[in-house]
Write a protein that binds this ligand. Structure first.
Ligand code: CTP
Ligand code: MG
Length: 234
């Protein structure tokens, strides 16, 4: 059997910086919750075989999402943890027995609703045959400043070789599970960090500026513009 591509969507956060009453992943964007957009981008891609959503134990909203017009490859499990890494690890553990060590896991934030299909295409094409995996990311374009404690510039940081990490982060199931089993779940902020800590070097694959993460309420307006523009594309 050929290697499968399984999307894992951590959606068990509270959205503390977003600051709404409901968790950020259920914030409305053009009439649909953010999480539904993220799921639809993944389930609509022909190379994705399955979409697994990790919810918090007290999630009450997922059951109300209308997924009827998506491919029936989406399922959810309420095994989310205290940190994003804990949620991803719990999701991976819940897949043991259903997934081969070589299968690809594409971890994608519920809070990134505008994932272009071309980013998935690039990840799948670039990483085919790779023993480890890699992440969508963009070279940093802006000049970087380190602040002192007083909103003044302490130093200019050379941006040579710096990339900003996005998701999907795509790793072999076995590699990612092993890495997260060994990780400090309160410290790692992305899957690649856990894999790097095992001495491996994940590949950087070109992401897309449209693939923004909704962190603050102000990000919704930009996401709405991007999504409308993308839906106008052929
Ligand atoms: N996430 C998760 N479990 C957690 C924390 C985060 O599954 N314990 C998920 C979020 O739901 C989101 C993704 O990880 O889809 C990226 O996290 P982030 O954007 O930081 O979302 P939150 O942690 O919810 O937001 P904040 O950090 O502002 O509280
Ligand atoms: Mg967070």
């Amino acid at each position: 059997m050929s290697v499968r591509h399984i999307a894992l969507v951590p959606a068990a956060g509270s959205g503390s910086r977003f600051g709404a009453a409901a968790p950020k992943q259920y914030a409305d964007l053009l009439g649909q919750p953010l999480l539904r957009h993220a799921i639809a981008r993944l389930a609509g891609h022909p190379r994705i075989d399955r979409v697994v959503v990790v919810l918090s134990a007290d999630d009450t909203r997922f059951a109300d999402l209308d997924l009827a017009d998506l491919r029936p490859i989406v399922d959810a499990r309420a095994c989310g943890g205290d940190t994003r890494a804990a949620s991803v690890l719990a999701g991976l553990r819940s897949l043991a027995g259903e997934v081969a060590a070589d299968d690809w896991i594409l971890v994608h934030d519920a809070a990134r609703p505008c994932l272009p299909a071309a980013v998935i295409d690039r990840l799948v094409a670039t990483l085919e045959g790779d023993p480890v995996g890699g992440i969508a990311a963009l070279p940093v374009a802006d000049t970087l400043k380190r602040a002192d404690g007083d909103a003044r510039i302490d130093a200019t940081v050379p941006r040579d070789g710096l990339w900003a990490a996005q998701t999907p982060q795509m790793f072999r199931f076995g590699v990612l599970l092993e890495a997260l089993e060994h990780a400090d779940l309160g410290r790692v902020t992305d899957e690649a960090g856990a894999v790097e800590a095992r001495g491996l070097a994940p590949r950087l694959v070109e992401g897309d500026p449209a693939n923004l993460k909704v962190t603050y309420p102000r990000d919704l307006a930009l996401a709405a513009h991007l999504l409308s523009a993308m839906e106008d594309l052929p």
